[in-house]
Ligand binder design. Structure first.
Ligand code: ATP
Ligand code: MG
Length: 405
């Protein structure tokens, strides 16, 4: 303070040199403050970028877990429940015709009430005693250890004497087949486009689970619209997986006597050589997508020439925008999203490729369908919760694998 006063009083008028020094200092100060602001801005930008990438990464991570699957956690702890024949007689009111919910190649399916009050579908296999008691039990035990929200739960079985009966979770809305081809007399509502998309994704998740999460993989062998069952909220579950094995004669992966599966769904290489891989299921899945898209059955010889076999008729049309519009199930009355239709058609086309190696993995199909369903789910928050609430154990899914469309 004293120094300042003495300096000021001794020479109140600054010299030219001092003035130029001051202006230099001022310039320097300006430059320094500019540099500081610039550095601050750079730091701020870097921080914002860090926050942005972190959030993006977090989102990606949360998406990854949202669509992960329930692992077969009960595998070691829970075995199939064994029912006595008497218990199932009681459950189905002596297998009353009034309780029949459907008939299939393996026998009839009855609606029943289990001793604990649960509703069940009781499937009586009419190939009684074809397999040894032990072999049947081992096979069914193995199937009952698979747990996924996308697979129909096998609750138990009965192997009393010659009886071969499987007991499943009951699906009140029946099969996809029944719903797609409802003639209006069954009272089933027409499946709208968003429901069809969700069913396509659920079914793909079911197959992906069998192919990718089970070791060795389980090939369904008879994937079709009647083996996709719908619960009260039209959540789809794949059924009858592994069942075809119960009736097959097989050596080293080759079916020796006859090709199993259903006409119109069987992959060409399997039909020709009996050689079965997971890619045979992918072909059948593609046929189901075509059913969902067109509302047509896989084989219908009553249709005009060239239209009887669904795959042969549809394949060349799937990549033509105008023809694609003409193919859509008329029951939808034009109520669909064109962008989603194009994507679904692209997935179907690649799944039904005659060359097995060109077909995608089910994981790729799942990843391609997720954005279509997710878009709607996030705006409506309907079934989105289903995917997240089912998670028991996490397994890193292949979210980073490329989509096929
Ligand atoms: N768990 C279930 N809940 C409700 N309905 C069921 C259940 N399982 C089967 N059904 C009904 O019974 C019908 C017959 O089923 P099933 O599995 O025996 O034969 P399918 O799948 O139609 O044909 P296939 O035996 O040739 O494979 C199904 O189409 C479905 O409508
Ligand atoms: Mg079935």
């Amino acid at each position: 303070m004293v120094l300042y006063e003495s300096q000021y009083t001794s020479d109140p008028v600054p010299s030219a040199k001092e003035a130029s020094d001051r202006s230099k200092i001022n310039n320097l100060l300006i430059v320094i403050s500019l540099l500081t602001s610039l550095a601050f801005l750079i730091l701020l930008a870097a921080f914002l970028f860090y926050c942005y990438t972190r959030r993006k990464f977090k989102n990606k991570e949360s998406k990854k877990t949202t669509y992960d699957y329930t692992l077969p956690t009960k595998a070691v702890s829970q075995e199939a429940q064994v029912f006595t024949y008497k218990q199932l007689l009681l459950a189905t009111d002596n297998f009353s015709p009034l309780n029949v919910v459907g008939h299939g190649g393996f026998g009839s399916v009855y609606r029943g009430v289990l001793p604990d009050g649960r509703l069940a579908a009781v499937k009586q296999l009419d190939r009684e005693g074809k397999q040894g008691d032990r072999e049947f039990k081992v096979e069914v035990d193995m199937l009952s250890r698979l747990h996924s929200p996308y697979l129909l739960e096998l609750l138990g079985y009965c192997a009393d004497r010659n009886h071969r009966i499987l007991v499943y979770d009951y699906m009140p809305n029946g099969s996809l087949q029944k719903n797609l081809y409802s003639d209006g007399t069954t009272g089933s509502p027409i499946l709208d486009w968003p429901t069809r998309m969700r069913i396509a994704l659920d079914a793909a998740c079911g197959l992906e689970y069998l192919h990718e999460f089970i070791s060795p993989p389980i090939i369904h062998r008879d994937f079709k619209s009647s083996n996709i069952l719908l619960d009260g909220e039209f959540n789809a579950k794949v059924s009858d997986f592994g069942l075809a094995r119960l009736g097959s004669d097989e050596i080293n992966g080759y079916v020796t006597t006859r090709v199993l599966g259903t006409q119109g769904y069987v992959a060409p290489e399997y039909a020709l050589t009996g050689h079965l891989t997971t890619k045979s299921d992918v072909y059948s899945y593609g046929v189901v997508l075509l059913e969902i898209l067109t509302g047509r059955v896989p084989v219908d010889m009553k249709r005009p020439p060239g239209e009887g076999i669904l795959v042969a008729w549809a394949l060349p049309r799937l990549t033509d925008r105008d023809k694609l519009k003409e193919m859509v199930d008329p029951a939808l009355e034009g109520q669909y999203d064109m962008k989603e239709l194009i994507q679904l058609a692209a997935i179907a086309a690649i799944c039904v490729q005659p060359e097995a190696n060109y077909r995608p993995l089910m994981t790729d199909v799942v990843q391609s369908l997720i954005p279509l369903v997710e878009r709607r789910a996030s705006s409506k928050a309907t079934r989105f919760s289903r995917f997240s609430s089912q998670i028991v154990n996490m397994k890193s899914s292949s979210t980073d694998r490329g989509s096929i469309v």
